[in-house]
Write a protein that binds this ligand. Sequence first.
Ligand code: PLP
Length: 453
Amino acid sequence: MLPSVDEMLRSPTGREIGAAAGETHAAVLLRDILNALRAEIAAEVRQNASREELTAAAEQRLAAKWRHELRHASTRVINATGVVIHTNLGRAPLSEGAREAMMAASGYCNLEYDLDTASRGRRGGSAEDLVCELTGAEAAVIVNNCAAAAYFVLSALASGCEVIVSRGELVEIGGDFRVPDVLARSGAELREVGTTNRTKLADYEKAIGDATRMILRVHPSNYRIVGFTAMPELSELAKLARKHDVISFEDIGSGALIDLSEFGLTNEPVVRRSIEAGVDIVAFSGDKLLGGPQAGIIAGKPELIQKLRKHPLYRALRVDKVVYATLEATLRAYRRGATDEIPVIRMLSMSRDEIRERAEGLITAIGESDLKLELTDGVSAVGGGAAPDASLETTLIAVSHPTLSAERIEYSLRNAEVPVVARIVDDRVMIDLRTVEVNDESQLASALAQTVG
Ligand SMILES: *Cc1c(COP(=O)(O)O)cnc(C)c1O
């Protein structure tokens, strides 16, 4: 009674999905579907089904399986969570300029070609120069992400030697990035000093010996030690390192290029200040507070950067042309002072009232609906391992319905044509427009309208 895979591939749905997925893949899906139907017939779940009914059931399942696969392919989503640097949602959304640069570089480009001399050029040269200009560093090199940067610096410059770290900085940043583990993997030897809450300059100095190669400072990112604490100034550490002829290295992590304290991020280290404090090398992410593509930026003393560039690991960790192009475009926006073009900075800078105004506009645009849309005060999060103590005041749209549960509404938003990711608080779905691009508001409105059918 069952149609064959070949017959199914010639059905309207089979032809359509065969064209979209490739016939071989459609046949794989169909084999599973027909096997399941065969098992159902054997189990007498479908004993009286006609051939037409079975064909229709197989077509329906094929379409459903294909829809499911498409949903798991990379796809854009609307971030209504209010978490600006949402690692699960791709961290920093790129600026328009960065997106255009990405397109332009995606074909052939002058990645390692000097158009003036028609000869080999410096890979990533322009992005590195911009990093130097914006941070005051003398040299820079760019790798895959900040985890790679930290590992690279430690392996290339301190393998087989001791690296001094305060016990207060032996942290886990998340996603398996643990400072002691990275150090161990790099071949460097961890030399812990001080205590969890207090480490003094003298603790570092006492630990310096013949085997010492580096003093490492790690920005604890998503973690704070408060109360009875002590930590030497970065400039003191850098000075101590120079005095003893060892390298000072700061893993800054989020790496703000500008001071973000006016937006409530008072504890975020600014890269330029670390360089000015005299640190030999700093490392920071491209897709956290900088607001660019995933990258690990290493900046500092030319002789050390040169060593990294010549190290065999560099080849394994270097980035792609599209990353350089998007990073350059993002950094050029900083240089022009056009930080409002960078979505992360724009989102961080939005006030509660500005967000309230947008929320009111959106509710008016949705108009009559069975959904109950109420405005309520709340807080957005920076995310991306930045500033756990920063609170960004926001206005939330609380969505509820007389009969539909919050879970049902959230599910429906998540399954919209452009999926909307939102959170549930106290049985209401919360929409935070801080992280929703203005251009996406109409999509969000239609996703909301569709939740009630
Ligand atoms: C986030 C972070 C990292 C890892 O950066 P990725 O770019 O995610 O690899 C490393 N160190 C610190 C201090 C961080 O905050």
